[in-house]
Design a protein around this ligand. Structure first.
Ligand code: ATP
Length: 353
């Protein structure tokens, strides 16, 4: 539906110029819940603003249904935005806020009233239609902002960290709500967040960004299970990284060697394994067995984090589920064996530094 092609954006000129977005290319499908995820300053808001038309690109195309819209003004694009701060008119009622854009388009009153009623039902706020929007809670204002953005029937809804002003509990409720809304309307959502959990729970696909570039685009499960590089692996979930070498079909570490999990050319790699996959003792399916000293145990209720020091000075964390009965799986200062199961090993490109 939307093809982002070689999109580039620089701010300023000469020595002080900043490249916020560098040659970004990917498609978004109709009806997708698509998330731009990355740390502060990675360029996600810039990309959203280019799609909305608030900024012109420095280069590249934005092709919607086969037509380049990159140079159209915002109001000529079938796109609408929900902002972090809601941007409601506080002295207008909820219904007036939701109908505002339709009024500005000169739509007939009866049509506006019907649309406002439908939109407020969709966000479950019909009972507050005549309340001033300045007299609502944060969560209610967020719903009004959503209803207002949906009222003119955009093809794509852009959401710029729309939940970040809400407290944790409300935020989780709104995550479920937003996903429901997206599924009910069948609209394409492009959602910006720096919160990996938010991205994982709602998205069909996620683009992980860093330094103005796309690092990987995949489903939440693929990103977690098959990260493309060390940045993605450490941004999504927790990871252990160990230096290793691939040599003639074997994976070689300083104190162990074993079969490669997948075929890989010879040379240095970064070995990644998630803490929940590290086994204390030996594993049934086999894998790399290492000796380690338990440095620290941290109790988390559902599980215990076991901090390990390996013989070569590398550190690792194992996450062990707490049993219903019994104590810790080991004690601090114990020297134990840990196994990294072959099917849990991921080989990432070795990066300089
Ligand atoms: P955050 O999560 O903090 O909002 P972000 O990922 O959305 O970050 P952007 O706002 O897209 O990041 O900014 C990307 C880069 O471009 C940053 O280095 C930022 O300082 C720079 N930048 C953004 N807007 C401008 C501007 N108008 N003028 C100059 N530099 C800008």
């Amino acid at each position: 539906m939307l093809e982002i092609r070689n999109l580039t954006k620089s701010f300023g000129r000469g020595a002080t110029s900043v490249t916020a977005l560098s040659e970004v290319t990917f498609p978004i499908a109709e009806g997708e819940f698509f998330t731009l995820l990355g740390p502060s300053g990675c360029g996600k808001t810039t990309l959203l603003r280019l799609i909305a038309g608030f900024e012109p690109p420095s280069g590249g195309q934005l092709v919607l249904d086969g037509r380049d819209i990159a140079r159209l003004p915002p109001n000529k694009r079938p796109v609408n935005t929900v902002f972090q701060n809601y941007a409601l008119f506080p002295h207008m009622t909820v219904a007036e806020n939701v109908g505002f854009a339709l009024g500005a388009q000169g739509r007939p009153r009866s049509e506006i009233a019907a649309t406002v009623e439908r939109m407020l039902a969709l966000v479950q706020l019909g009972h507050l239609a005549h309340r001033k929007s300045g007299e609502l809670s944060g969560g209610q204002q967020q719903r009004v902002a959503l209803a207002r953005a949906l009222a003119p029937k955009p093809r794509i809804l852009l959401l710029d960290e729309p939940l970040s002003a809400l407290d944790m509990k409300l935020r989780k409720d709104m995550q479920v709500e937003l996903k429901r809304l997206q599924q009910e309307t069948g609209l394409t959502f492009i959602f910006v967040t720096h919160d990996q959990e938010e991205a994982l729970t709602m998205s069909d696909r996620i683009a992980v960004m860093n330094g103005g570039r796309i690092q990987q685009i995949a489903t939440p499960r693929e990103l977690y299970d098959q990260p493309a590089n060390r940045f993605v692996a450490s941004f999504i979930g927790e990871s252990n990284f160990l230096d290793a070498t691939c040599a003639r079909g074997r994976l070689v570490l300083s104190q162990a060697a074993g079969p490669l999990p997948v075929s890989h050319p010879d040379g240095p790699v970064t070995l990644m394994v998630r803490p929940e996959h590290v086994v204390l003792g030996s594993a049934r399916g086999g894998g790399l067995t290492l000796a380690a000293r338990v440095e620290r145990l941290v109790y988390f209720g559902t599980d215990t984090h076991v901090h390990l020091l390996l013989a070569d000075g590398a550190r690792m964390v194992a996450r062990v589920q707490n049993a219903l009965r019994g104590g810790a799986p080991c004690a601090e200062d114990d020297v134990i064996e840990v196994t990294l199961p072959t099917d849990a090993l991921r080989l990432l490109p070795k990066e300089a530094g």
